[in-house]
Design a binder for this molecule. Sequence first.
Ligand code: ADP
Ligand code: MG
Ligand code: MG
Ligand code: MG
Ligand code: MG
Ligand code: MG
Length: 661
Amino acid sequence: MGLLTVGTPLSWEETKNSRKYIKENGIIQFINHYKKVKDRNNDQLFWGDEIEYTLVEFDHKQEKVYVLLKASEVLRNIEINVSNQANTVWHPEYAAYAIEGVPGYPYGHLMGYFNTVESNMQSRRNEINELYLKNDECMLTITAFPRLGCPNFTSPKTKPDPIKSVSKSLFFPDEAIQSDHPRFKTLTRNIRERRGKKVAINIPIFVDENTIQPFEEDLSLYGDDGTSQEATKLDHVYLDAMGFGMGCGCLQTTFQACNIEEARILYDQLTPLCPILMALSASTPIVRGYLLDIDCRWDIIAASVDDRTDEELGIKELKEQQFRIYKSRYDSVDAYLSPDGEEFIDEDVVIDEGFYQTLREHDIDHLLAQHIAHLFIRDPISLFRESIKINNEIETDHFENIQSTNWQSMRFKLPPPNSPIGWRVEFRPMDLQITDFENAAYVTFVVLVTRVILTMKLNFLIPISKVNENMHTAMKRDAVRKEKFFFRKGEFISTGSTPPETAEVCDRKRSCSESNDKMRITPENCHVELSINEIINGGDNFPGLVPLIRQYLQMVDADVDTMCSICQYLNLIETRASGSILTAAGWMRDFVRNHPEYSKDSIVTEKINYDLMKEIDLRSKGKSKPPSLLPNYKSKTVPNLSKATTAGEEYLNSIRNTNFV
Ligand code: ADP
Ligand code: MG
Ligand code: MG
Ligand code: MG
Ligand code: MG
Ligand code: MG
């Protein structure tokens, strides 16, 4: 998660004393760097995924499962083994049981790459399982370990220390935080100290037949001095540590744009799709051993790093702090960046006026200046003594310090200094899927959506306030099947190219635009409320993202195997969206509720968790295939592009000398 600088970490008091310096210099670094990279052009499409994996250990005798605090050891062993041509790259994550894996190289613009994504995900999984873990240990793609924060949830065993630990949590021990790098504990402590108290995360509990009502825990049993109890809410599951959020995994995708204008367009157009993909990828129905009334990680992680003070939250009058701030530093984006987006920013964007003026004086346009001045309302929360004085002409670390601790649903990534890498946009809202097939499907879908947006010049912009509302809707239990989302209506095809259309898309488009004909689209009247099914599969108001992708696919050349994999991926997305198969969250919830040991009291016991994790492990290894979740288990994926494009060559060579009878 973000920039890793090494050195002596500063306390919050010391960080506070340097924050003005860091932010002022971060802005100067941005300006200097921006001047060098603003006219970059004609960069190709490169893209890649990031998966945050969870390590677990099974105790099959006792039928228990724990998160395995072995990430450091695994990463150190990888470092010893790694070759320059590695097919995979591994990064540390916040949790001591988590590692992040990305492909060894980004994927390029050829269609055949879509047929290598799943294979790469498989090699990541196999590499860790086979080379670095023992028999009873495994690496899962779950968003949140269901019994995170329950007594004895780790292996080796640990005990939370509410008094001496960096998070002061009743449930989450320091040992579960990655400690090979000081950044993670420093962030934890500084967020708590900046906020003035520990974080408080209250998530509505799923009320079942026998759930105690009202639901309220006695936290003194965990050593609470009363302050935690005070922070709880009735009928909510209470969590009190950064680890409950940053210890979650997620699925991210980054794309390179040809230039800054295209990057702005992608950033804007994907912003309204964040809640849609979040709902569709939902896989977080359980935390701390309780069934939740939400399905996604988002609220948990947003609250887990919320360092706002009472003044910033609007509870107290502004005295020491500068701004009243409406969202956590982990939340959905507040403003668009492309010229088309401007009129859809209908909520106050809190900015640092001074920085905004400085940026404007350096010829940075209003929208980009607003974006940067908005990121810079946040303080640095992790600083290292050795890296405060740096050269603003060539380095961008202070800018990146603020940028990388604004964990928003989209990230606008600058070309790094002195690098061949261009302007990129990162799509960050998705929960993880259980299998590589599913994760590959979601990533492929998102990348294809970006191609469709650019090729067909689609316009999904709706007011930011509606995107925010959609984010809240998306988290709700079973949002895919039950909820409606604000979505752009009418002239979704703005201008420009008219690709050949399938009859289906053609009809739908005609009926959509007839109903909106001649009416000028304004931010007030630009949206309708659609189900996920209508957005993905189409309906009277919108042709559907999957049909649009299918139309796009008719225009491009892809080999048969790649096409076959893509179709299976689209099929998964279609059936999830239509509700005919469950989201991972829906399936996990049902698994718990149908478990013989479940007492209908919202409690996910150690045995239930063991059975659930075992099933997830088997399924992720292709050893179990319940019909309710997946239409297909695995595509015809291949390990690299040359295999994808020269499909069959190896096979032909291998059968050359065979006698056919
Ligand atoms: P971060 O943690 O900052 O989001 P990572 O390095 O962990 O960044 O992941 C970046 C992702 O972007 C990886 O999947 C990587 O393959 C991909 N990637 C690398 N270079 C490019 C590029 N030039 N354009 C687009 N994506 C890239
Ligand atoms: Mg990460
Ligand atoms: Mg990363
Ligand atoms: Mg990161
Ligand atoms: Mg993380
Ligand atoms: Mg990332």
